[in-house]
Design a protein around this ligand. Structure first.
Ligand code: MLT
Length: 269
């Protein structure tokens, strides 16, 4: 089996790191959420590389990708995604984005619809931040700049997982904490600004013509199930599944069910 880990490609002044595993004519590409890295897709890479070519990459500044000097935005991240497809000579892919990964995916498909065979929107939403949400992010930035990442991580982790995960899956919780703590503070604060400034993508949902799968943890409080429902109602060819005993990181909290939904979706394409 073809297993390539931590490959790199250079684009627009940054070096992006990606894993590329398995074989198949229609690759599945995964975009991580904030502030994680490609390792959050390990259960999906392990499962799907047996039957498909699977790719996960680190968004600039995260994981093993360099940050560059440019101010980041969701559009810039979406450009990086298209550049990665170009570099790998992939015309079309099935692309899955979780949370901020979904923001990037919605931005990219609105501009480059021809590059997507199907999409998977996981624990994400199409709305822009409200003024209150923006304010909260700017306060978080000030707190991080004044006191570092420790307090941010404690609060963040409590919000992203459901109660059951927090009680029973300590290894997972610790792993995610460590991923966040090993991320550069400037990447975290710069990306918080990018997320706060993202534009709404709800008005482009009607233009999505490819089969779309929407997944959401039933206990996701960050991008809650009603946001997933909104996506489903407004994307023509879409299906929604809510995942029990999962919060915002449904792919890690309930990997078997998450993978099964994707597997069924892909088999029906
Ligand atoms: C994410 O998981 O990518 C973020 O929580 C998204 C957000 O804060 O809007």
């Amino acid at each position: 089996m073809l297993v390539i880990k931590d490959k790199t490609f250079q684009v627009n002044g940054v070096v992006l790191s990606y894993d590329d595993q398995g074989i198949g004519h229609l690759p599945i590409l995964f975009i991580h959420g904030f502030p994680f890295d490609k390792s959050m897709w390990q259960p999906q890479l392990d499962f799907f590389r047996r039957t498909h070519r699977v790719i996960a990459y680190d968004i600039r500044g995260f994981g093993k990708s360099t940050a560059g000097t440019e101010e980041v935005s969701i559009s810039l991240f979406a450009d990086d995604l298209i550049n990665l497809l170009d570099a790998l000579q992939i015309n079309k892919a099935i692309v899955c984005g979780l949370s901020m990964g979904g923001y990037i995916l919605l931005n990219a498909i609105s501009r480059y619809p021809e590059r997507f065979e199907a999409i998977i929107l996981s624990d994400t939403q199409c709305i822009a931040d409200s003024d209150a949400a923006k304010e909260k992010r700017y306060t978080t930035i000030q707190q991080i700049e004044a006191g570092g990442l420790e307090d941010f991580v404690k609060g963040f982790v409590k919000n992203i997982f459901c109660e059951e995960t927090l009680n029973d899956k300590n290894d997972l919780v610790e792993k995610i904490k460590n991923v966040i703590l090993s991320t550069d503070t400037k990447t975290i604060t710069g990306t918080l600004i990018a997320i706060a400034q993202r534009r709404e993508m709800c008005s482009s949902l009607k233009d999505i013509k490819v089969p779309s799968l929407i997944l959401c943890g039933k206990e996701d409080t960050i991008t809650p199930p009603d946001q997933a429902q909104f996506l489903q109602c407004n994307i023509l060819n879409s299906r929604l599944y809510s995942i029990d005993k999962a919060g915002h990181l449904s792919n890690l909290e309930q990997p078997d069910e998450f993978n099964q939904h994707i597997s069924n979706f892909i088999s029906a394409l």
